[in-house]
Write a protein that binds this ligand. Sequence first.
Ligand code: HEC
Ligand code: HEC
Length: 458
Amino acid sequence: MLVFAALLLSAQQQPRVAPDSRILEARYELAYPWWDSNRGTPLPLSKTFGDPSGQLRLLNTSGAVETSGHPFFTPLGSNGRACITCHQPTSAMSLSLDLIRQRWADTQGKDPLFAAIDGSNCPNLPQEKEESHSLLLERGLFRIALRWPPFAASGQPIKPDFRIEVVRDPTGCNRNSDSISVYRRPRVAANLKYIARPSGVTLMADGREPSLRSQAITAALTHEQASVPPTPAQLKQIEDFERQLFMAQHSDNLGGLLGEPGGPPLLGADNLASGIAGVGAVPASGNLPASFDPWRNLSTANLAIRQRAFRESVLRGVDLFASREFGLPDRRRGTCAACHRPGINRSRDIGTTNLPTAKESPELPLFRITCDASAPPHPQLGRTFLTQDPGRALITGKCADAGSILMQQFRGLIARAPYFANGSAVDLTELVDFYDRRFGIGLTEKEKQDLVNFLSIL
Ligand code: HEC
Ligand code: HEC
C-alpha cells in the first residue's frame, strides 16, 4: 500500500515526464507478481515482496543478480520452464497455490508451468482440460516419478524389504511397474547454505538428492525436460546463486518490522545471512524463548495497541512451540521444538501421508505396503498399512521408513501455502489443527492462533 501511494505521489509530482523504467518495473510487479523465465531484469541485492500478512524479503549477499542468461532463470530444456518457474520470489522461492491459480487464469493454462510431464496429473491425459491438472490447481502438487525398485548412488539396485501395491490410481500414472508416481509441493530454493550440507540427508521430501549439484541436474532433466545435463559452469552458477540467497518474512501488517537491529535474532533476512538465525524455528545457537527477549523486554510505550497485542501473541506462540509437551510418535514426550531444532535427523513420519492419520484424499494415489516377515516393521503401523506417499522408503527400500518425510525449512511460510509435502494443510491454521488432532495436544483456539502468528513471521 505504502509503495503504491509513493508511486502515485511521484506520478502526480512529475506529470509530464515519461516514467522511468524503475517505476514501470515496480508498477508491473504490483500488478503482476509472476516472474517469467524470459523476464531478463536483474534481481536486486535486496527486494521485498508483498505476501498475505506483510512483506517477504529476498537478500542476495553477493550483490544484484543478472538474470538474463542465468541458468536458474533461463530455460535449460525443451518445455520453456526454468528453475524460477516453480521457485518464485513472491512465493518465498516455492510456489503458492494462489499464484498457480492466478497463472492458470491469466494464461488459460498455457504457461510452461502446466507442462504435461509433471504439471498435470499424468502426461497422457488431455492437457487442455482443467481437470487433468487438478492436483496442481487444487493442492499445488507436481508429479514426482521415482524408479522402483530404487538404486543406490553407486548404481546398484536396492532390494526393498517390503512390497508395494497400487490400491487406488486416480491419475492413471501408477500403471507401470518400474516407477512410482507421487505428488509433492515444491520446496524452498533459498537459505540453502544452511540446508544443503556435505553429509547427511538434506534435500527433497524423501532426502534423495545428495547435493545441490545433483538436485539441479535432476531438475533440469525432469521438470525442464532437458536432453543433456547443465554444463559444469551452469551448475556452479545455480549453486552459487542458491547459496548466497537468503529469504525471510520482513514485516507484518500487525506486528510491524521484524528484522530490526537488536530484535529477536530469529527474524529477518539479515540475521539469516549472518548465520545467527537458522532455518528452523529455533535459532542456530540456543534457546528459542530467550531469543525473543528483545520483544519481551521492549518498553511497550511506543507500540500501537494492535502491534503490541500481536507481538504478545507471537511470544505466547514461541513459548508453546518450545515448551508445550505432547506424546511424540516414538511414544516419548516432547515439544514442537523437539523435532524442529538445528542438528537433528530431519526425516520423520508424523502421519501426514500414511493412513489412518493422513487427510483422506481420493484424488491422490493410494498404496499398500507389506513389510517382509524378516524386516523390522514400521514403528507405529506394523507390517501392513496404506500410504499416499511412502516418502523416504522409496529411496532406502526400508519398510520402517514408509511415510517418513524430510522436514522443510520454516522461512517465508505465510507466502507459500499450502503446507506439508502433499499440500494437505491449506493454511497455517489447518497445519496447527493437524498437529493438535494427531497428537491430542489439546490446544485452545487462542493457543492455535498464537502458534499461527509465530509461524507467520518467520
Ligand atoms: C516444475 C516445477 C519445478 C521446477 C521447474 C524446478 N523445481 Fe525445484 N522443486 C520442485 C519440487 C516439486 C520439489 C520437491 C520435490 C520433492 O520433495 O520430492 C523441488 C525441490 C527443490 C529443491 C530442494 C529444497 C529442499 O530444501 O529440499 C531445490 C534446491 C530445488 N528444487 C532447486 C531447483 C533448481 C535449481 C531448479 C532448476 C534447475 C528447479 N528446482 C526447478 C519443483 C520444481
Ligand atoms: C516428531 C517430529 C515433529 C514434531 C514434534 C513436530 N513436527 Fe512439524 N514437521 C515434522 C515433519 C516430519 C514435517 C514434514 C511433514 C510433511 O511435509 O509431510 C514437519 C513440517 C512442519 C512445518 C512445515 C510445513 C511446510 O510445508 O513447510 C511446520 C510449519 C511445522 N512442521 C510446524 C510444527 C508445529 C507447530 C509443531 C508443534 C505443534 C510441530 N511442527 C511438531 C516433524 C515434526
